[in-house]
Design a protein around this ligand. Structure first.
Ligand SMILES: NC(=O)c1ccc[n+]([C@@H]2O[C@H](COP(=O)([O-])OP(=O)(O)OC[C@H]3O[C@@H](n4cnc5c(N)ncnc54)[C@H](OP(=O)(O)O)[C@@H]3O)[C@@H](O)[C@H]2O)c1
Length: 291
């Protein structure tokens, strides 16, 4: 029997991980760490022990981790301060004698500043390094892009407009559902034999945006085209459409990263951890766009 704690427990990833842990009935005690006590109330109602901790506040983390054996460390969402925050988490885990940290990192290939998603990847690479140097056992989950975000990339109105417009060229990504990743992460936390391993948290196959267009054509009975402009052309079109620069830049960055093969790794790691195939792009798009 172990004391297992999930950080980021008020976000969708952490919540799904906790639901999975509760449903497994392993006899372990499940703790949730949240920075906002009010947001954590529903977790208490599910029978989870809540600890309050903030990645910005090292002392709160030491208190939150007291008596815990293993943590699922869900990466934070504040990109500008994330490296410092994650250093606080690793240091506090080490100080309190945590035995094993399971960390939600990020899939990537290019680890240099020339990566179009360096602003996301840098803090993940730092955190992996600190965990490896910490002396604690660790497991690195290389999360692919959440499939849940594909509708944001291609647009809610794509069946009406008839066109997917994104600078991804013929790039592919092994996108997987956030809920599948969280379920697999919970299985790692509660399971055995995952010490000092790295898993690719993506799908069993990689998908292109032409694949998405073909699936949408099949679902709707209408021809959906895929158009890949240059990044400059994409940014100009987004500006003319009134899309804020930051949002357009994020879409362009991720599109370029997919085009460059950053997320192409597809294998059975998640399938093996789930004990079933992850939800496919076709299943997901059918669920989202056929209602
Ligand atoms: N692979 C991908 O495509 C992808 C996409 C987006 C994000 N991500 C990463 O995956 C993580 C989990 O995904 P998600 O969808 O559940 O994200 P989310 O909705 O942004 O949730 C983030 C969680 O982290 C908590 N958190 C943020 N800052 C914190 C701090 N300073 N101290 C303590 N807790 C803090 C949040 O608490 P509050 O509820 O109080 O805000 C929330 O529980 C994200 O945080 C991000 O690192 C991955």
């Amino acid at each position: 029997m172990s004391n297992l704690l999930v950080t980021g427990a008020t976000g969708p990833f952490g919540q799904k991980a906790i639901e999975t842990l509760l449903s497994k009935n392993t006899g372990d005690t499940i703790y949730a760490m949240a920075r906002n006590p009010e947001k954590a109330e529903p977790l208490k109602e599910k029978g989870v022990e809540v600890r309050i901790g903030d990645y910005n506040d090292p002392e709160s983390l030491v208190t939150a981790f007291e008596g815990i054996d293993k943590i699922l460390f869900v990466s934070g969402s504040d990109l500008s301060n994330r490296s410092e925050q994650h250093k606080n988490v690793v240091d506090a885990a080490k100080k309190t004698g945590i035995k094993h940290v399971v960390y939600t990192s990020f899939q990537r290939k290019n680890e240099t500043e020339s990566s179009p998603i360096y602003m996301v990847a840098e803090s993940h690479m730092n955190t992996e390094k600190w965990l490896a140097e910490s002396g604690m056992d660790y497991t690195i989950l290389l999360n692919n892009v959440y499939m849940d975000f594909i509708p944001m990339f291609i647009g809610d109105q794509v069946l009406e407009t008839g066109t997917i417009y994104l600078p991804v060229e013929d790039g592919k990504g092994a996108f997987a559902l956030r809920a599948d990743m969280a379920e697999a992460a919970a299985n790692v936390l509660a399971g055995k034999g995952h010490e000092n391993k790295t898993y690719d948290f993506g799908n069993i196959e990689a998908y292109s945006f032409q694949d998405a267009a073909d699936i949408l054509s099949e679902i709707s009975g209408k021809e959906i085209n895929y158009v890949s402009p240059s990044v400059a052309e994409f940014m100009k079109t987004m500006k003319e459409a009134g899309v804020p620069d930051a949002a357009a830049g994020m879409s362009a960055g991720f599109s370029s990263a997919i085009a460059q093969g950053e997320f192409i790794t597809a294998n059975d790691d998640m399938k093996n951890l789930l004990g079933r195939e992850p939800v496919s792009l076709k299943e997901f798009l059918t669920q989202v766009y056929s209602s």
